[in-house]
Write a protein that binds this ligand. Structure first.
Ligand code: PGA
Length: 252
């Protein structure tokens, strides 16, 4: 179902204690505001999930893992499976982030295994796509992102595709302070929705939440979120400060 979503991606930041404080601060503000039509998600390190779930009201804030293993279980030292993530109380998992693709060699083949396991275990994947600066400068961003989807989430059945959230995160905007303009975000999001419609039909495309990520902050969130095809944001740096993240939630 298409929803407005503001999701934090804490990446490899915060100790457990800092994470709990951050989560509590966000939870308190969301509680004060009462029921809103925006879904708030905290993407915490694996080590924090259980404690964050305990510290917040999960009826109003969801928790995401930032990754899961590509195998169901077994002798894979250091890995955390989708079933383990689910058993902590997390409901979401971020998959396909450009940092995972770039630094940890995550290919479409690996991502397909992770997507399948996440879905089998009842987790909602937040699937990231997005082009590098050279691709944007060559004007090839649309084909590039379409290909990323074609190799991964477009292999899902319509029933499974309906369960996922897409995040468009241009690599050149991640952590750089250089945000896509509101027009660039809208243009890509409309393209993505059109591409989803070609593959699964208009109804599924209209029901898909497509988030923008990349240097989203309290100053630019309102303008980005005002676009008809931008359904919220995946927020990195600005999700680490409770006041900033709350201001972004309040941009809706
Ligand atoms: P950023 O990161 O907001 O720090 O640019 C976004 C992301 O990588 O999800």
């Amino acid at each position: 179902m298409r929803q407005k979503i503001v999701a934090g991606n804490w990446k490899c930041n915060t100790t457990l204690q800092e994470g709990i404080e951050l989560a509590k601060a966000v939870d308190a503000t969301v509680a004060e505001k009462g029921a809103r039509d925006v879904v708030v998600i905290l993407g915490t390190p694996f080590t924090h999930i259980t404690k964050v779930v305990e510290a917040i009201n999960t009826g109003r804030i969801g928790v995401a893992a930032q990754n899961c293993a590509s195998e169901a279980k077994g002798a894979y030292t250091g890995e955390v499976s989708a079933a383990m993530v689910k058993s902590t109380g997390a409901e979401y998992v971020i998959l396909g982030h450009s940092e995972r693709r770039q630094y940890y060699g995550e290919t479409s083949g690996i991502l397909n295994k992770k997507l399948a396991l996440a879905l089998e275990n009842g987790l909602t994947p937040i699937y990231c796509c997005g082009e590098a600066l050279e691709v944007r400068e060559a004007g090839a961003q649309n084909e590039f992102v379409k290909q990323q989807l074609a190799e991964t989430v477009f292999t899902l059945s319509p029933e499974d595709f309906k369960k996922i959230v897409i995040a468009y995160e241009p690599i050149w905007a991640i952590g750089t302070g250089r945000t896509a303009t509101s027009a660039q975000a809208q243009e890509m999001h409309a393209f993505l929705r059109g591409t989803i419609a070609e593959k699964y039909g208009k109804e599924i495309a209209d029901g898909t939440s497509i988030l923008y990520g990349g240097s989203c902050n309290p100053k630019n969130a309102k303008e980005l979120f005002a676009n008809p095809d931008v359904d919220g944001g995946l927020i990195g740096g600005a999700s680490l400060k409770a006041e900033d993240f709350i201001e972004i939630i309040n941009a809706y």
